[in-house]
Design a protein around this ligand. Sequence first.
Ligand SMILES: [Zn+2]
Length: 456
Amino acid sequence: MCAALPRASVPDGNSQGPQAVDWVLTNAWVIPCDHLLSTIPQGAVAIDDGNIVAVGAAKDIGRRFQGRREMDLTDHLLLPGLINAHTHAAMTFFRGLGDDLPLNQWLHDVIFPTEARWVRPELVYWGTLLAAVEMLANGITTVCDGYFFEESAARAALDSGIRAVLGQGVLDFPTPDQPDPMRMRDRVAEFLESFPASNGRLRPSLFCHAPYTCRPETLQWVKELCRQRGLLFQTHLSETAGEVKEIQERYGDRPVFFLERLGILDAATLCAHGVWLERTEIECLAKHQVGLAHTAESNMKLASGIAPVPAMLAAGIKIGLGTDGCASNNNLDVFAEMDMVAKLHKVFDKDPVVCSARQVLHMGTLQGARALCWDDAIGSLEVGKQADIIAIDVRRPHLTPLYDPISHLVYAISGSDVRHVWVGGRQILGDGRILTVNVADVMAEVRELAGRMGER
Ligand SMILES: [Zn+2]
């Protein structure tokens, strides 16, 4: 058992002795997930004021730094928190509702009517809080979300301690938080005005649901607003063959070229799915440096198809991994996603070399941060970045023996193996227990609301 030990007296940073810092996490096998994907078998990380101040050999860090709190992480892996690049967090409420249905029937008979009837600020708050707790326990420290009443999602993110990009949903249909689509600009303005201050841990974003549910003018004004405010623009893209056909019939172009024509594509645009992309569309996304959230499990469950990830990687597209909402996955576990992604593309391409463990781990960390335009601060353990860090205890039968930690991270570890989590230097998970909110209370609230839904 490792423990956080408070230190009685620590010299200050100006004396000759080691520099006093908030935390020293030591004796771990450190996997910084930087560009080189090197590992440090006997490593340590020093944290101060929310930031990483040193990463290196435990001996060296021990000489230079003394933590006000120190944790001996012998037999643990230490790496950056994982990034969930695409989800609809509050949809935890719809976990297991309407499984095994065709996509259109699932959407139109189950999800849309349930959302119209039940999605309120209260549901979004508790559903997002439940999602945040699940994600943090699974080692996800940053989530990119898109839904309705997104200021309630922001409150939940704030309370849980997770880092988040929170995208207010925009459609040209009545939505739970804007029954009149002609007044969607008012709804967006209200969201942006009420977005809570968070010391930079939360970022507002706008999320046009898809090119087939948003008119060209809507896509354009939302993107323009994102440009003015420096926000990430999110959209679903080419999830199904049917929607590609619909866009072609309506606008005479495949979806990527349609969005390019509207001026939507740039480095601050994040597209989810990208299942049905032709080679020229991949080249176009790469040219504009568009980010892509790969949602393998959701695409499998809804039988949407398999995104051409090896071709996108070869083109240099920044690809993160997304769980998508809980109704189409049905969990929020990026470790499970990494395992699935590494194997899915091998069998699809009939090539065991594609999507290596190293590439996939990068998608779950640094590439995900790049896709969210946040790699200046998160995604790897590097000096100056935010201390978003997770520790995994490898003294488990299914993790024994250990030759290569990157292999274990992708092929053997699951979210439940995560023991400790820090976000911005604040410990959120300790010995597998969430420290910020009472998880039993959160589950009770969700069960109570879900019970009322179930009665209907
Ligand atoms: Zn989605």
